[in-house]
Design a protein around this ligand. Structure first.
Ligand code: ZN
Ligand code: ZN
Ligand code: ZN
Length: 372
């Protein structure tokens, strides 16, 4: 796990806000394990192991990090935030957690906590009821603070530098396989400062009509579209960008559709203002594509939230009435996919602010010709 940019005072403040949400929702305790709520509140990311790691957050009183003794050296102690409760190989960590829960009756559990831990806990807490931790952590995690926005911007700038390398022809395309270009993009994401690569979709020609195409053995030809959607995690926060290039003189049907896509993406970004609903971003992008007659070829929602996770709340999808708030970070990524022919998508990460949408991606938005 890469280190995040948060400080002790951030964690103290986040725990206090979670507790305020717990009070409002009559939740007595929150249990956070594998997943991103744990590092968000403590700076520590649990290894996805069968050995239990769990942050026990009662509504009042002491916060405890129950952690296997052999993992303790990896925990950066935050004595103002939590105390470390190590367990030995012969201890029953579930019993330790149950004891810390005391007489908690309503318990929030992390969305990605392994079912086995919850199932093992059940007999220890008779009469308890459960809710998802997203109820008490989700709103907080959605609204990024200044240090988180700075991290998203830095990750976005690093991804932009790779996009610029793609646009300038520094990443050869013609004659290489999608998989080779994907590996090239991945190593450049690392070279530009990412700690991990989360994905590097490279889809050429008709493969680009499949939005989540896996880069494969197909060799990229001259005179076709190449869709590249890539991102990673840098200092705990994610980048995610899509740009398309054309390996020759742009075919007129592709050029026409791209002009619509460009306008659609800009309309979605412009709708990402505080007070609009999340679904308004989707509606704005979709309206442009529908009006141009490509509506049936835009087969996915317009965007997803992003932060410590590449996909998280809030989702820019029809039906999501959640008002956009300052600090919400999300993708705007409309696409047009013509089965058997070609596909295209244009994606930026945007943060809603009181002075309007703030784009984390500045890379050229045009369909660039790359004859390399
Ligand atoms: Zn996706
Ligand atoms: Zn993407
Ligand atoms: Zn995305």
């Amino acid at each position: 796990m890469s280190s995040t940019i948060a400080t002790t005072s951030d964690y103290v403040e986040r725990i206090a806000k979670v507790r305020a949400a717990m009070t409002a929702q009559l939740v007595d305790a929150a249990l956070l394990s594998v997943g991103h709520d744990l590092p968000y509140l403590s700076g520590y990311e649990a290894m996805p192991l069968e050995r239990l790691t769990m942050l026990v957050v009662p509504r009042t009183g002491h916060v405890s990090m129950v952690v296997p003794r052999l993992e303790v050296p990896r925990v950066v102690a935050q004595p103002d935030v939590f105390s470390i409760v190590p367990w030995n190989e012969t201890d029953n960590p579930i019993a330790i957690v149950a004891k810390l829960l005391g007489d908690a009756k309503r318990i929030a559990v992390g969305d990605q906590m392994w079912a086995r831990f919850l199932v093992e806990l059940l007999p220890h807490v008779p009469g308890a009821t459960f809710t998802r931790a997203v109820d008490v952590v989700g709103a907080l995690r959605m609204s990024k603070d200044a240090s988180e926005i700075a991290a998203l911007r830095a990750a976005g700038a690093a991804a932009d530098r790779v996009a610029a390398q793609l646009h300038s022809g520094k990443i050869p395309l013609i004659g290489r396989t999608e998989a080779a270009v994907s590996a090239d993009i991945s190593s450049r994401l690392i070279a530009e400062g990412h700690n991990v690569v989360n994905f590097a979709i490279v889809a050429a020609g008709e493969n680009a009509a499949s939005p989540h195409h896996h880069a494969g053995p197909r060799v990229i030809q001259a005179n076709e579209i190449v869709l590249c959607d890539f991102g990673g995690t840098m200092n705990g926060y994610c980048s995610d960008i899509t740009r398309c290039v054309f390996t020759g003189a742009i075919a007129s049907d592709v050029a026409d559709a791209y002009a619509v896509l460009f306008e659609s993406q800009a309309a979605g970004v412009a709708a990402g203002v505080v007070g609009n609903a999340c679904e308004d971003v989707d509606r704005a992008s979709r309206a442009v594509i529908e009006k141009a007659g490509y509506g049936e070829y835009f087969v996915h929602r317009t965007g997803h939230g992003i932060g410590m996770e590449a996909h998280e709340d809030p989702y820019m999808v029809s039906g999501n009435k959640l008002p956009i708030a300052a600090g919400h970070a999300f993708s705007v990524e409309p696409g047009i996919y013509i089965p058997g022919k070609w596909g295209m998508r244009l994606e930026d990460i945007v943060v809603a602010t009181t002075s309007g949408p703030d784009s984390m991606n500045m890379a050229n938005h045009n369909l660039i010709v790359v004859e390399a």
